[in-house]
Design a binder for this molecule. Structure first.
Ligand code: BES
Ligand code: ZN
Length: 457
């Protein structure tokens, strides 16, 4: 066996130990009480990189630190690849739904349970472990590598957006590699060549100046909760299509090639509905479940608030009602354009009996790279070799908005090589990471550099 792969096989136990250590930092970026834990996680990963001889800097920012680690003696004749990851994690709440505490790793049947194990600590640590195998066996890397590990991905990457244009020279690369996504199964590894974008907004309907007695006044004025429901109800038609004029204008249609590739991903309607916990799954007419959740835009109500929500009843006409919305976008939809189309449509639908306010939130562009280009094909081969099964092509429904910024500032394409399985529970209680995916991911990461370097030559 080649010495790099042999090293990975011989040291699997240490790699698991080291991931257990990493997930013990409660690096929750959404909660200010964890700032110290975020710094500690950044220092720990930086120290690991330094230990491998990587030139490592922990960049202070007004937010959480950004870690940059580059392989020593960078050779301008070799291609350079940037590996991106994030050491911050989602809030673990609700604690009572975790079988064991979220920051006390537990291993059960080849799964490591902990917040951040899959999203994203395990996945970028796998890349660093693969570099360890090169370094410790004295195997020269066929390329220069730069690791970029941030601490605000789960809250919008504010600092990294500032950092990127200022450090575009240090971060210059031939391609970006990200493992912060999933694969259909261990038997079906895949290269992700597209991501959805996102546009967030909040809708508020204001009615009377205060909650009113519904017996005394109800019937003589508009109920804001009702008005909001009717407004939202008009946004989707019988066929599951969004009715906002122009909503689909910029959507690049799926090619026959893409649809064929996607159809190779195993899917069973009944099992999928069971997995979701719904009596029957549904969505936009004319598309498969996998197409609907990865390649089609959606309009999702994330939360609805109005009136009295406490115990028992309270007979009122509420003063206001609000909804939190996120729209998932696909190439070539633009967040700003979609937001203004939605706002305009809502205004045209709103009755004169209430006041409507639409507040724009964060946005992120969708992403698409050619699945047939030389880099993508090289990545597919590395994926197949690492997992020991033929890799498929897929697109993902989730969003990694910084990927569009990599393209803009570094002019580099991103290859998404996920290691997370569909039942890993990212953002949910009992998040886990499969130790088999971890091991295969490390083998993939080791084989990736020769493949990509050849594709660049
Ligand atoms: N790693 C995920 C995104 C992801 C998951 C992409 C699976 C593809 C497949 C990331 O940590 C995440 O949760 N992103 C957010 C971004 C949003 C808050 C802007 C998302 O998709 O909701
Ligand atoms: Zn996440």
């Amino acid at each position: 066996m080649n010495p790099v792969l042999q090293y990975l096989a011989d040291h699997e136990h240490e790699f698991v130990e080291s991931l257990c250590h990493y997930v013990r930092f409660p690096s929750v970026s959404a909660q200010p009480k964890h700032v110290k834990n975020l710094r500690d996680a950044a220092s720990w990963i930086a120290e690991r990189a330094r230990g491998l001889g990587l030139e490592t800097t922990v960049h202070e920012t007004p937010g959480n630190p950004i870690v940059v680690a580059r392989t020593a003696h960078q050779d301008p004749k070799k291609p350079t690849f940037l590996v991106y990851g994030h050491y911050d994690v989602q809030p673990p709440e609700p604690f009572e739904l975790w079988k064991t505490p979220p920051f006390e790793p537990r291993i059960e049947r080849r799964n490591l349970y902990a917040r951040g194990s899959a999203d994203n600590k395990g996945q970028h640590l796998a890349h660093l472990n693969a570099v360890e195998a090169y370094v410790r066996t004295g195997t020269p890397l066929p390329c220069n590598l730069v690791f970029l590990i941030e601490g605000e991905e789960e809250v919008g990457s504010t600092q990294l957006y500032e950092f990127l244009p200022k450090h575009r020279k240090d971060l210059a690369c031939d391609a970006v590699v990200i493992s912060d996504n999933g694969i259909p199964s261990l038997e079906h590894p895949a290269l992700t060549y597209g991501l959805r974008g996102i546009a967030a907004l909040e809708i508020r309907i204001d009615g009377p100046s205060r909650d009113l007695h519904s017996g005394l006044f109800g019937g003589s004025l508009e109920n804001p909760a009702f008005a909001l429901c009717q407004l939202l109800g008009k946004l989707r038609d019988q066929r599951g299509r969004i009715t906002v004029p122009g909503f689909y204008d910029d959507v690049i249609p799926l090619s026959a090639y893409e649809r064929r590739q996607m159809a190779r991903i195993p899917h069973d309607d009944r099992r999928y509905a069971k997995f979701l916990g719904v009596p029957q799954h549904t969505g936009e007419a004319g598309f498969t479940a996998n197409e609907r959740r990865t390649c089609r835009p959606t309009f999702e109500i994330n939360g609805l608030t109005s009136g009295y929500q406490g115990e028992g009843s309270k007979t009122i006409v509420p003063a206001w009602a609000s909804a939190k919305i996120t729209i998932r976008l696909v190439p070539d939809q633009k967040p700003a354009k979609i937001l203004s189309a939605v706002k305009k449509h809502l205004q045209s639908l709103c009755p004169p009996t209430v006041r409507l306010t639409v507040k724009h939130g964060h946005g992120g562009e969708p992403y698409l790279v050619s699945p047939t280009g030389p880099m993508a094909q090289a990545a597919l081969r590395a994926m197949s070799a690492g997992f020991g099964r033929e890799a498929l092509l897929m697109r993902e429904g989730g969003s990694i908005p910084i990927v569009a910024a990599f393209k803009k500032h570094l002019k580099a394409d991103t290859l998404l090589l996920g290691m997370s399985l569909p039942d890993d529970n990212p953002h949910s209680p009992n998040e886990k990471f499969s130790l088999d995916a971890y091991a295969s991911g490390m083998r993939m990461a080791a084989g990736l550099w020769p493949e990509l370097a050849r594709a660049c030559a």
